[in-house]
Design a protein around this ligand. Structure first.
Ligand code: FES
Length: 148
């Protein structure tokens, strides 16, 4: 059901932890499953992401996608990091089961939230970046049983 890459990043996650005095921090949750993701970015004066770490209260797919997403954004400029979408992360992981696609959105949104935090603190604009949501469930279709 899961690709070897997903299993590898799940059992041996890269960049788990936190960065003290990070340049940007973003936290996003999904009220539907109750999972939370936090991303820390260390960004240099040329707007290049030197380091990236994550912490999650999340499922295995959220761990694997965050691990891969942090690997993909490292060394990129903040604008280039915008191309690290959940699609790009899923491709890098050789896919995810359809029911787990939303988990990969947590990583993308948390990176955007951390970039937003950085942009706000430094008074810059990052092309294509919009104010992030605190909860990605806001965008999903309302289902009657999600509070049950
Ligand atoms: Fe919540 Fe995967 S089930 S992030």
């Amino acid at each position: 059901m899961y690709s070897e890459k997903v299993m590898d990043h799940f059992t041996n996650p890269r960049n788990m932890g936190e960065i003290e005095a990070a340049s940007g921090v973003g936290t996003v949750g999904n009220a539907k499953c109750g999972d939370i993701m936090r991303i820390y970015l260390d960004i240099d004066e040329n707007h290049v992401i030197r380091d990236c770490k994550f912490k999650t209260f999340g499922c295995g797919a959220a761990v694997a996608t965050s691990s891969m997403a942090t690997e993909l954004v490292k060394g990129k400029t903040v604008e280039e990091a915008m191309a690290v979408t959940n699609q790009a992360v899923m491709e890098a992981l050789d896919g995810l089961p359809p029911v787990k696609v939303h988990c990969s959105l947590l990583a993308e949104e948390a990176i955007h939230a951390a970039l937003w935090d950085y942009a706000q603190k430094n008074g810059i604009e990052i092309k294509g970046l919009k104010e992030p949501k605190k909860d990605i469930h806001e965008d999903e279709e309302e289902e009657t049983d999600w509070q049950a």
